[in-house]
Design a protein around this ligand. Structure first.
Ligand code: PLP
Length: 388
């Protein structure tokens, strides 16, 4: 009854429910609410791989580019499931707290389903692109003071008083079921190319829902005989928002990577179990390391991601360059999950470009000046130097 290897893309981008329905707890007869999510590129990254010391390089490096989903992040995989199941059960409105991408996805899939969408967002803590998406899709937005954790606490309170609003945060188990399909794709895509099974997978970690979902997906495939051994899972947090690395909640999480600016992860225990049971680990990277990885991805591979997504690559670079103990060179391909698109948060990329690293230092002085990112940004956007 299950599909065979290599035939999954017969109909490209049909959406994860149509593609993996046998593996998902979709109510019988439910009509999928889909935008054609999933089936995202697995990009070989040879130039990035060369950034690792030769004796510490895995045999291959791949980027799972989840920014190619319809609203620009992996959240679409969970949202097609959450909205499909909610509507099949008769719901008419959904609600969630969000650092931005969940909001953008909920707004889009709710619009498609003809359902109402309520979003509770940390004021000042969400990238402009994500707010723009949610506004465009007609969601009702309630800003709250504080962090994502405060927004989620507010939403949990609201749903006790308004049971008609279905919670579509990753607390909703349908979300993780949808998100686990990314792990299926990693295995299927490597197999279809004749590559070995993934040996290690790096993911940014905020609430811990996604790394939990990947663990579920790989474990499901292993049980079904489609995967010999679970890849080591590496969860990467930002230093200023690293409760799992520190072993305690962080009250005022700080990082440029707004999508993982979370101090009280809902799935903290399950994320830790996922890394422990697969022989991986959690680690923290600085904002500088995140922005450097974001630049490398764009300059070496042409892949532009939002800062949180670059945390996975920053974690790999940190371990493989030996700046941190605990790196056994993997014997199979390594996959870095790039969770969201760079267009979500252009401001951070422009600011990072202005604050140094103009690129090659070998250029003639005149040319160097002409290529100053600050000058280019000013000319293109007429923004005063340093912002306002
Ligand atoms: C939601 C999100 C994350 C974090 O995922 P969790 O499930 O909260 O750990 C990472 N990156 C991006 C771009 C996200 O939108």
């Amino acid at each position: 009854m299950h599909h065979d290897f290599g035939t999954l893309s017969d109909i490209p981008r049909q959406g994860i429910i149509a593609r993996y329905r046998d593996w998902l707890p979709v109510p019988p007869g439910a009509e999928p609410i889909t935008l054609g999510e999933g089936d995202t590129p697995l990009i070989r990254a040879d130039r990035l791989l060369e950034q690792l010391p030769p004796d510490r390089r895995p045999p291959g490096l791949f980027l799972k580019f989840e920014g190619a989903n319809p609203t620009g992040s992996f959240k679409d995989r969970g949202m097609t499931m959450a909205l499909t199941c909610a509507r099949a059960r008769g719901a008419q409105a959904v609600i969630c707290a969000s650092t931005g991408n969940t909001a953008a996805a909920a707004a889009a899939y709710a619009a498609r389903a003809g359902m109402e969408c309520w979003l509770v967002l940390p004021a000042g803590g969400v990238a402009a692109g994500k707010v723009g998406q949610a506004v465009a899709c007609g969601a009702r937005i309630l800003p709250v003071r504080g962090s994502f954790d405060d927004a989620l606490a507010a939403v949990r309170q609201v749903v006790t008083e308004r049971p008609d609003l279905v919670l579509v945060n990753s607390l909703n188990p349908d979300r993780l079921e949808g998100q686990k399909t990314a792990a299926f794709e990693v295995v299927d895509q490597l197999a279809a190319r004749g590559e070995d099974e993934p040996a290690a997978v790096f993911l940014p970690v905020g609430n811990g829902g996604n790394i939990t979902a990947y663990h579920m997906g790989f474990a499901t495939y292993a049980t079904a005989g489609r995967l010999g051994r679970l890849p080591r899972l590496y969860g990467v947090q930002a230093e200023g928002a690293a409760p799992l690395v520190r072993g305690r909640p962080v009250d005022q999480p700080q990082t440029v990577a707004s999508a993982i600016r979370i101090g009280r992860p809902v799935y903290g225990d399950r994320a830790l179990a996922a890394v422990r049971e697969t022989g991986g680990r959690v680690l923290a990277v600085s904002d500088e390391e995140i922005l450097a990885a974001q630049r490398l991805l764009a300059r070496l591979e042409g892949v532009f991601v939002e800062p949180a997504s670059a945390a996975s690559v920053a974690g790999l670079l940190k371990l493989a360059r030996g700046n941190e103990p605990g790196w056994e060179v993997p014997e199979g391909p390594v996959v870095c999950v790039l969770t969201g698109h760079g267009l979500k948060d252009v401001d951070t990329a422009l600011r990072a470009a202005r604050s140094g690293d103009a690129g090659s230092a070998d250029l003639a002085a005149l040319e160097a000046e002409a290529l100053e990112p600050d000058a280019i940004v000013q000319r293109l956007l007429s923004v005063p130097a340093g912002g306002q």
